[in-house]
Write a protein of this length. Structure first.
Length: 399
């Protein structure tokens, strides 16, 4: 993205914050704030504000690409180093990102391109195969991956309430502004959990460190071959039930070829029969491979989350009611996950027309307006769409 595009986006963001109604986090005076400026790589941290109006004024002056605040509550949020801040409580926070859920749509909407040679290709790549300069990665989302992310949020809440028995009064789900959701639990009940205790919760959710033998997995010798003879019985408890559920969904996707065949599966017949997993047909050879299957299945059909966001004591997370510098979309508190439309509800910028030169863009639908696909063309687009394409890195402002 060139300098005039950056300046343009910054001006648009400043204008947004000039009249924005921002939502203050609980106990705002105890939070560390961070801002990322456009064109910079590192966040300005260790800031603190005593009210949301101060945050708004700072943002209106700077037009930042992100505003985030700490999951920790500090006695002295602006002191350095981190220990001097004296944290005394934490929100329990989770980050679910569609990017990490292996949906097959990514091959259709994620690509790299080289601005120098005008070559591009699907998926992820670091260097241009022609000139070896750094390529631009353009990642998009579609209803398929965002629906998968929603499903993972529902699964997460089910585990927290149903299995871990958290009686959550203050849960906030927010659209992160780009590809996923943040879940924050503000309740005092979880505020005293240590980083290690939060790590245990994450491992439990991610079905890590599973001991397969404890969940009914057993190998048998059959005709000189080691065969997985049984898997978990659904009635054997919450984890067993969850293992069976995610493995089923995962194997269905493999059978439908929505997912590539992983190396640890060596099918010798149908993977599923009448909706049940046929364990002996999977070709699993070791307990390690069972663990791999469970983790992959969970990542696809259970809960895929970034463990660091939950465990890191010094974490900053995007503030709802700010706008995301990678999209121009609003970081939105989601009251009704089913009804929330990530291609409509977070579109807050105006539709004043502006001219942009688009290198390349797949088909994107924003605020019910189909945009693209575009290739090397100058278009007059509504502001929200122009900002979306510039911020994604596939377009530049013209004039
Ligand atoms: Zn090149
Ligand atoms: Zn997608």
């Amino acid at each position: 993205v060139n300098q005039s595009s950056l300046a343009f986006v910054r001006a648009v963001f400043r204008e947004y914050y000039a009249k924005a109604r921002l939502q203050a986090p609980p106990a705002i005076e105890t939070r560390e704030f961070g801002f990322l400026q456009f064109g910079e790589k590192s966040i300005i941290r260790h800031l603190s504000f005593s009210n949301i109006e101060q945050v708004r004024r700072f943002a209106a002056e700077n037009g930042p690409a992100s505003i985030s605040y700490s999951t920790a509550y500090y006695r002295y949020p602006d002191r350095q180093p981190m220990v001097a801040k004296e944290p005394y409580r934490f929100d329990l926070a989770f980050d679910i990102d569609a990017d990490h859920i292996p949906t097959k749509c990514k091959r259709q909407h994620d690509f790299w391109f080289c601005q120098i040679c005008d070559v591009r290709g699907p998926g992820v790549r670091k260097k241009c195969p022609v000139c070896h300069s750094e390529v631009v990665l353009a990642k998009f989302v579609c209803p398929e991956c965002m629906n998968a992310a929603k499903e993972h949020v529902r699964n997460l809440i089910d585990i927290l309430e149903g299995e871990l028995g958290l009686r959550m009064q203050q849960v906030q789900i927010s659209f992160s502004g780009r590809r996923g959701f943040h879940v924050r639990i503000f309740d005092e009940e979880v505020g005293g959990l240590t980083s290690e205790e939060r790590r245990e919760i994450v491992d439990y959710i991610l079905l890590k460190e599973i001991e397969p033998r404890r969940h009914g997995f057993a190998f048998e010798q059959r005709g000189g071959k080691r065969v997985l003879a049984s898997g978990p019985a659904v009635r054997e408890g919450a984890i067993s039930r969850r293992i069976v559920q995610v493995v089923k969904r995962y194997l269905e996707a493999v059978e439908k070829k929505a997912l590539a065949m992983p190396s640890f599966l060596r099918p010798s017949g149908a993977l599923l029969k009448e909706g049940e997993v046929v364990w002996e047909n999977l070709g699993l050879r070791t307990y390690d491979e069972i663990r791999q299957l469970i983790e992959c299945a969970n990542e696809y059909a259970g809960v895929s989350l970034d463990p660091m966001v939950t465990c890191d004591d010094a974490r900053l997370l995007r503030m709802p009611s700010s706008i995301h510098g990678g999209t121009g979309l609003l970081v939105t508190v989601v009251d009704d996950l089913d009804q929330f439309d990530p291609f409509n509800d977070p579109v807050v910028l105006s539709d004043d027309p502006v001219n942009v030169h688009i290198h390349y863009s797949p088909n994107v639908v924003l605020r019910d307006q189909p945009l693209g696909p575009f290739k090397h063309e100058v278009r007059r687009l509504p502001l929200f769409a122009a900002i979306y394409l510039i911020c994604t890195g596939v377009a530049e402002i013209v004039g």
